[in-house]
Design a protein. Structure first.
Length: 170
């Protein structure tokens, strides 16, 4: 086995998603959000709609040993999927999901870093994200990467669903 192949077996690799990844992305996202109880079953259709998400966002996946173990959607301001961006200087990411068996291996961090890099590449100066108040592991990751809570931007997309905001200058 080459050194590169051995490294890839141990470390996640992030790349842009391709259409062949969409079924796995949908599966990962549903499992991450519904399986962990952070979202209700009424959100399943949106979590599963990877094709629709890809029309509004740039999708990235994390692979471990050539198996997709995580995904995220990078969203520029102006796309309906962006939700809380306020201008062209802001980007967001949504639906960060990592398979249960790959958690703690760095895939989530690499996916967030890919979004930060993409934000810089397209000229954004800030990344803003919304997250559920019960997504504690995600909150720890965001804080470790330098995101700060921005309570003035917390919001509710519908009654009974409260989201909290974090942001990071890039």
């Amino acid at each position: 086995m080459s050194a590169t192949a051995a490294r890839d077996r141990l470390n996640p690799v992030v790349r842009p998603a391709v259409e062949a990844d969409y079924p796995r992305i949908g599966e990962l996202t549903v499992t991450a959000y519904l399986g962990d109880g952070v979202s209700g079953p009424d959100y399943r259709a949106e979590l599963s709609d990877v094709t629709g998400r890809a029309r509004q966002a740039e999708l990235f996946v994390a692979e471990l040993d050539r198996v997709v173990v995580g995904s995220v959607a990078f969203v520029r301001h102006g796309a309906p999927f962006a939700e809380i961006t306020t201008g062209p200087e802001e980007a967001a990411f949504r639906m960060l999901a990592v398979s249960p068996e790959a958690r703690g291996l760095g895939a989530g961090e690499l996916l967030v870093r890919a979004c930060l890099d993409q934000a810089r590449a397209v000229g954004c100066t800030r990344v803003v994200i919304s997250t559920g108040p019960l997504m504690h592991a995600a909150h720890r990751l965001y804080v470790r990467l330098g995101f700060q809570r921005e309570p003035s931007r917390d919001w509710s997309p519908k009654p009974g669903v409260d989201l909290i905001c974090y942001q990071l200058p890039v």
